[in-house]
Design a protein around this ligand. Structure first.
Ligand code: SIN
Length: 279
């Protein structure tokens, strides 16, 4: 499919698209229109063979909104806007190694994240994505109706708290902001602010329970929704190479960084772009 001079190619029928023929250092207006349309339509878009410096990475992200400086992740010393998704060859735990969407615990969840590959293992370290429009569309009318009035609590305490997953792991030294953990309540089904389409908005990383439901009751339905949403037909797998970039919409997709490269280093630069309240 072509929107402007650049072309857009689906990665799988269910998830993601690659934008070809653009240089993100200096995209033309028509390229930007293509990228905006692909981002809106596919929720996660990929670029190859890019040569962005950290400054150009920041400039590209600023085209979309204000940068949301990460309170928890290790920062790049020189560029506070850039969070480092790093795993050294001695470390066992990676960052983002389970299905989640970024910042759902914020009152105004982040719009999107731009992830640039900086150092890659010889093989592995792919990222999986899942499309929450497709997952929502495939639910029965009965379950859609039930979910339509429900709200869920999202918390980052189990991930980033003082006794949370990362602090208790071999990533702990780099993590910060334990006292800044918090939670937010969002509708279980959102109307996406860019596309106007309905998307499922819970995720295994941060959704703890449904408002008005017990933890046990919530777990049963959340487990069902999580298993439903990660079926292969709603997902794609992105293999990173030098120059690869993924740009995902946190309101329309989930992602999962595969931790299958022990003994090798992987370093990614992530910039997260601020969003707004969800309806
Ligand atoms: C993340 O969860 O933001 C990191 C994804 C990745 O490193 O592939």
């Amino acid at each position: 499919m072509a929107y402007g001079t650049a072309t857009v190619r689906k990665v799988t029928p269910g998830c993601g698209a690659e934008v070809l023929g653009v240089d993100l250092r200096n995209p033309s207006n028509s390229d930007m229109e293509t990228i905006r349309a692909a981002y809106r339509d596919y929720g996660v878009i990929f670029f190859r063979d890019q040569k962005l410096t950290p400054e150009e990475h920041i400039s590209f992200a600023q085209r979309w909104g204000e940068i949301d400086i990460n309170k928890f992740f290790p920062a790049n010393g020189q560029y506070p806007e850039i969070a480092e998704v790093r795993k050294e060859k001695e470390q066992k735990v990676n960052i983002g190694g389970g299905w989640h969407t970024d910042h759902s615990y914020d009152q105004e969840p982040a719009m999107g994240s731009v992830l640039v590959a900086r150092e890659l293992p010889e093989a592995g370290g792919d990222t999986l994505f899942a499309d929450m429009y497709k997952a929502y569309d495939a639910l029965s009318d009965g379950l859609k109706d039930t979910l339509s009035t429900m709200k869920a609590v999202h918390s980052n305490e189990a991930a980033f708290g003082a006794k949370g997953f990362y602090k208790s792991s071999d990533q702990g030294g780099g993590f910060k902001g334990e006292s800044l953990v918090g939670q937010a309540i969002h509708p279980v089904v959102i109307t996406h602010p860019l596309s106007g389409r309905k998307a499922l908005y819970v995720n295994p990383g941060f959704t703890t329970h449904f408002v008005g439901w017990s933890m046990e009751e919530s777990k049963a339905l959340l487990d069902y929704l999580h298993a439903h949403a990660t079926q292969p037909q709603f997902t794609c797998r992105f293999e990173w190479h030098d120059g690869s970039i993924a740009f995902w919409d946190n309101r329309a997709t989930w992602h999962f960084a595969v931790n299958d490269y022990h003994g090798e280093k992987r370093l990614m630069h992530r910039i997260t772009i601020g969003g707004g309240p969800l309806q």
